[in-house]
Design a binder for this molecule. Structure first.
Ligand code: SF4
Length: 365
């Protein structure tokens, strides 16, 4: 049987909270890693069946998975292999941060079915890294990139634009250096949720306005270096796209384990609580259903969401799958936001830059 399911595991530990971060993670609680692993084992066992579920992709994200030591990583791998079938695994990725990535961890990952590493570089300018509250400097980031480049893992790097004080020159320098090692680059506009430290000093509208030129530069420069923009935020060399991300954009089944993780199973979203303590409590009590958040999408909601997700990608939507109401919205918008072929409709480069305003038209349908 072909593997169709993806597995996501959320590692909710960080050495320190970055000033812009709204992902669920805790810092200074590394002594809870073993309790989290025990809870994870109980959660994974809920999916264990006689014919273990075959996985297509695996993604260990966070938080900061590289804060786990090798013996904790070994426990994590044991949980995965004990409960899931990896015979047809096509891709296994972990996230890591430059300051905690070690040569030992890279070798361990290589020898344990991992194929990719996504490194939180964010910038190669020291003053921008300080503004973001990152623990690494550019030297450490370059060292980590080179470490992964010299391994068998595919290196993906995250970069942030519209950082206060960033210029086109520093942005261009970061991109140029990153692609000396990386085969995949994810570029994110700095967006501040109200609870983040940086939100006290900066507002999203100003960042948004500043972001346009940086994004445009990435769209101009990266394709000249053979990095194809295959999704609004993602650029990759040929065949280096992230299959796990593609699984989300095509509504494939995703089992997600760990605090704040969101599974998508049988058209239902099931969200774990965004609290390490609550998660551990739930695991000890066999995950009582009333404490999980469930959201079942109606066929119409699914279709609208899928249209938006597909429009984010370079493949766009097949015309035969186009809902009449989505087609109507597209026909009202400027033609140069789209690329029309006889089979498909996809966003043009300009359309990708203005994606948010396009989604807001579709989402209300
Ligand atoms: S390392 Fe990543 S997950 Fe952790 S605080 Fe920083 S941005 Fe958030």
């Amino acid at each position: 049987m072909a593997a169709k399911t993806s597995l996501y595991i959320h590692v909710p530990f960080c050495e320190r909270k970055c000033f812009y971060c709204s992902f669920y993670s805790v810092s200074g609680r590394e002594d809870y890693i073993d309790s989290w692993l025990e809870a994870l084992e109980l959660e994974a066992a809920r999916y264990h069946c006689e014919n273990k579920i075959p996985l297509k992709t695996l993604y260990v994200g966070g938080g900061t998975p590289s804060v786990l030591n090798i013996s904790q990583w070994q426990k994590l791998i044991n949980i995965i292999t004990k409960n899931f079938n990896l015979d047809n695994l096509q891709e296994a990725t972990t996230e890591a941060n430059p300051n905690s990535l070690t040569p030992e961890l890279v070798s361990f990952l290589e020898s344990n079915f991992f194929t990719r590493l996504s490194l939180g570089v964010q910038s190669l300018n020291d003053s921008e890294l300080k503004t973001l509250g990152r623990l690494h400097d550019s030297k450490l980031a370059i060292k980590a990139m080179e470490l992964v480049r010299d391994s068998n893992l595919t290196l993906s790097c995250d970069l942030i634009f519209a950082i206060p004080g960033q210029t086109l020159r520093t942005w261009a320098a970061s991109i140029k250096k990153v692609i000396e090692s990386a085969e995949h680059v994810s570029t994110y506009q700095l967006t501040l949720e109200p609870e983040t430290l940086l939100a006290r000093d900066y507002d999203n509208q100003a960042l948004n306005e500043a972001g346009y030129k940086f994004y445009r530069y990435a769209q101009y420069y990266l394709p000249r270096k053979n990095f194809i923009q295959y999704e609004i935020s993602n650029f990759a060399l040929e065949h280096k796209e992230c299959l796990h991300n593609i699984a989300y954009w095509t509504h494939d089944e995703v089992i997600a384990l760990g605090p704040s993780a969101v599974s998508y199973i049988n058209h239902e979203r099931i969200k774990n609580p965004s609290s390490l303590d609550e998660y551990i409590y739930l695991a000890k009590n066999n995950f009582p259903d009333e404490l999980l958040t469930r959201e079942r999408l109606t066929p119409h909601e699914r279709a609208i969401e899928l249209a938006i997700l597909k429009l984010r990608t370079k493949w766009g939507i097949k015309r035969v799958d186009l809902l009449p109401e989505v087609e109507q919205v597209i026909s009202r918008l400027p033609e140069d936001l789209f690329i029309f072929t006889p089979e498909r409709v996809a966003l043009s480069k300009r359309g990708m830059r203005l994606g948010n305003s396009i989604w807001s038209e579709i989402i209300d349908l």
